[in-house]
Ligand binder design. Structure first.
Ligand SMILES: NC(=O)c1ccc[n+]([C@@H]2O[C@H](COP(=O)([O-])OP(=O)(O)OC[C@H]3O[C@@H](n4cnc5c(N)ncnc54)[C@H](OP(=O)(O)O)[C@@H]3O)[C@@H](O)[C@H]2O)c1
Length: 310
């Protein structure tokens, strides 16, 4: 079959080539992929910054399509079921094997392009909000908000009653966030009014210290990414003189007491009932995947980027 193969050019990208047919384990369904999305984390895998321990690694964590062969152990969706899925890898391909604990069925009202935008960013958003604790009536600051995770977190937090301030490079990139319920969009955490009960930080560099300084006493900063790739420098004495008893929390979306299927079922239900609106800034044929990887690196995509497999 055809698949996107990693190549070392241009800091790590892909090209279409031949790959072996997937060989599903007993608890895996074989999915014919109709659409997949590209996440910033996968650009970090392509350039070697993030883990790619799977044998013969190829990228691809977010897919939507149709089950062509159900799992041999009899669990999970039947052949012919339209699904969204979150395999650990290998998803940017014509077919992918996916564990049944990482698959949810799709209703007719949710198309493959919309579904493909859901997994990694949407699962992360749900789990981030659980890590943040109750947000009803709370003030929440989200950095890197114009990205895939940021749009989902903003809409979910705002609809849960939070007053969300979203940070985006430009007001234009942040425009949709206001429509999704953000209270305010600012172009730098230094411009955010605060104080905030919760900060969700994923940019790194100067962004984290600036956002940390805007926490309310007892507030929580969840540190979940470093999109800029710039390391963070923190001065203890600034933190010491800052909000009393503030906390910084580690976050890894893969660690949870729920399955990906549980989260995907929630996300699909929210989309189908009109309560979650994926922001898909780019939809292209999968032959353009390398261009999309470059666009994500250059901050040219708003929300999610989806590729359709012809
Ligand atoms: N810890 C975890 O388990 C976990 C899970 C998922 C994602 N993540 C991380 O969370 C972050 C967000 O993920 P995502 O998929 O939403 O990424 P994304 O779609 O690329 O969004 C990241 C946003 O960061 C902003 N940004 C600010 N400064 C930047 C810079 N110098 N370079 C690049 N982007 C910059 C960009 O918005 P503007 O251009 O508007 O500023 C961009 O839209 C990423 O770092 C990702 O690796 C972590």
């Amino acid at each position: 079959m055809r698949a996107q193969l990693p190549v070392a050019e241009a800091g790590g990208t892909v090209r279409v080539g031949d790959a072996p047919e997937p060989v599903p384990a007993a608890d895996e369904a074989l999915v014919a992929v109709e659409a997949y999305s590209v996440n910033r984390g996968e650009t970090f895998q392509l350039d070697g910054r993030l883990d790619r321990r799977w044998p013969g690694w190829r990228p691809g964590k977010d897919v939507a399509g149709t089950v062509v062969r159900a799992a041999a152990d009899g669990t999970g969706p039947a052949a012919g079921t339209r699904v969204v899925a979150h395999p650990p890898a290998y998803g940017w391909a014509e077919r992918a094997a996916v564990p049944v604990h990482s698959i949810a069925a799709l209703p007719d009202s949710v198309d493959a392009v919309t579904a493909a935008a859901l997994p990694l960013a949407g699962i992360t958003a749900l789990r981030l909000l659980r890590a943040a604790g109750p947000v009803a009536g709370r003030r929440v600051l989200i950095t890197g908000a114009s990205g895939g995770v940021g749009h989902y977190v903003t809409e979910l937090a705002a609809s849960s009653g939070a007053a969300v301030t979203a940070v985006s490079a430009t007001r234009e990139r942040g425009a949709r966030l206001l429509e999704l319920g953000a209270h305010a969009v600012v172009t730098s955490p230094a411009d955010a009014q605060g104080p905030y009960d919760v900060v969700l930080e994923s940019v790194g560099g100067d962004s984290l210290p600036a956002a940390l300084a805007r926490l309310a006493p007892g507030g929580l900063l969840v540190w979940f990414g470093q999109a800029s790739r710039d390391p963070v420098t923190l001065d203890f004495f600034d933190f010491f003189k800052g909000p009393a008893q503030a906390r910084i929390a580690h976050f890894d979306y893969t660690r949870a007491d729920t399955t990906y299927a549980d989260e995907l079922t929630t996300l699909v239900r929210l989309v189908a009932s009109g309560r979650l609106h994926p922001e898909i800034g780019s939809v292209r044929d999968w032959s353009r995947t390398a261009d999309v990887v470059a666009d994500i690196r250059a901050r040219r995509v708003r929300g999610n980027a989806v590729l359709t497999v012809g």
